[in-house]
Design a protein around this ligand. Sequence first.
Ligand code: ADP
Ligand code: MG
Length: 670
Amino acid sequence: MEISALCLPEKKLNQLRSKGIDSVESLLWRFPNKYMDFTRITRLVRSNENVQLQGAFCCTVQRLEQSPRNAKIPYVLMKAQDSETGVNVSVFWFRQYLKYGTFHDVNAGDKYLICGTAQYSTEYNSYTISSPSVFSPFSPDKLRLYPFYRKIPQMADDYYRSAVAKALAFKAVCKEPYPTQISAGHGYPTLDSAIRTLHNPGSCEELKAAQERIVFDILFKFSLQLQNAQSRLSKGSQYNLRSMKMIRDIEAALPYSLTEGQRNVLSSMFASMRDGRRIHALVQGDVGSGKTVVAMLFMAALVDSGFQCALMAPSRVLAQQHYQDIRKTFEPYGVKVALCLGASGLKKADLKAIANGEIQIVVGSHAILSPKVQFKELAGIVVDEEHKFGVAQRNALVEKASAGVHSVTMSATPIPRSLAQVVYGDDVQLCTIKSMPKGRVPVKTACTHRVDKALEAVERQLRLGHQAFAVCPAIAPNEKTERASVTELAEQYKAYLEPRGFKVATLTGKDSKAAMEETIRAFAAGETHVLLSTTVIEVGVNIPNATLIVIHDADCFGLSSLHQLRGRVGRSSFPSYCALVSDQKDNERLKTMVETNSGFEIAKKDLEMRGAGDWLGADQTGNTEPVQFMLAYPEIYQMAREDASAALRAGVNWPIVQDAFKDADDNYTF
Ligand code: ADP
Ligand code: MG
């Protein structure tokens, strides 16, 4: 159902659409990212210390005050008392609340429910609450679990809630995607009731059951996809290795020698490819461990044997970079390489050259695997997954794999064997690059709240002849979020660095393709000194001369993003640094980053911290990585798996089954 069915003003509809909410269903499938338990009244009592209390308070209003006209930040102040203990409390609302006329019918003597954090001051013997999460006339039925949603730009939280309430007023918002016996058999509510509960939980138990139902559905669909894919994989391959000469030549020409870890991974891969077996390998190695060269040597063996290879990367920037590296490495041997960023992006001549085998290596997005690109004899596919590709893209591999094509997936996210087998198939061969290249010094990480300090650190590295990355969460300034933006920081960086003779370049997903390519090229060539960007550089970008990365408003990023970003430096034997700029002194994620450099530790911490609170919060679009759920809910996954194999054996055709087999779309993510 179109989102306009909610009959909201067009302006409001557009605000929802800006976050991808274009239907009633997508509004309902956007679940709260946290719940707060305001089921019980907490009484405000006098204390000998400046304590903080979080909870639901019941207060009697005394009077309302407006801020003076010349106040820097306008506010409304409500003086009240706890209706039982009589302790004084001052409640403040800053800025936007003034607009909504919330206070018209607040009168002295009224009882109100106020939920939030109350700070006690022993000096004034009273509490202060700023911008409470809930404020409404008191009645016992208002004491409940309150859902909280990620913010929609420009929209008040209460307005968003009322939109959700309108959507819920439609009858039967969701059809069951498979027979209810299955979900009921596990004790789950219907999908419709689960969704209603998630937006409007009656109790913690009810909420838990509803969450489990959703998790089950996600894992059920995921299992269907996987099992369907795996049943079509081939164990054998006709693409056998015939020559190892090119590998030896390329290896000899490398400016370094391979680490033991790299060597072991290569030899175990080649060992498995003997005797006509198809290799299906997952190469794991922390950021900077040197996975790319392993992939190149793997491709060299196949190309040298007369076949073609493809390499897929999860972003345009990364595909571009791999393309340059691969071309440089292979050109001396007369190997032709093409870049393919979308099936329609290839020239007719290139398509023809791929079809007749003249071009041996194609680098690009998963569009490489679309039927438009016909290979003469594709024998190997490398997926540089880092942590960005999803299951959908992985499935694109299956068609090819069923024809005996070897596949190698490179990942920086360490996952245990049992899980890898589940995700990538029972026959997956786990290869771990255990050692880092010689001479690597662990990246030193520090937190600061001062941008000027960060700029000084940048200058120090530039004076040593190195380069620096600077990353921030936003492209342009935005009053609401007040997050550091490329536009703003570019001014600051340029003002400081240009008089000192250094060049600052900027890069965002908004730049044209050509501009992006040029920016990266110039930075890689050392023509610019600082690359200020959004997270477009997050995965894989390799500029060994860069020895410092400054991450602005670092608290806005998730742990795995921070780890990936930090992995952009420390790619040489020079000491490297990561500066996390943030106002949040006690941020757990930032602390973890300072404490450890190990991708494994960080992945573990990440899962722990995500925990139940942010259970569906993987990203704004609602595209959660099922793997997260598999780890968090192993019992549910077990059930989903069994149900999926039974369903596939029975050859049923429920909506969820069709849905799971839909082709991945062709969109390229940045
Ligand atoms: P990742 O595993 O994160 O994909 P890359 O493949 O991008 O890492 O490699 C990181 C850097 O390490 C690159 O500059 C690469 O040239 C370099 N490198 C790779 N292997 C070695 C090695 N054995 N010795 C020294 N440097 C290496
Ligand atoms: Mg890489």
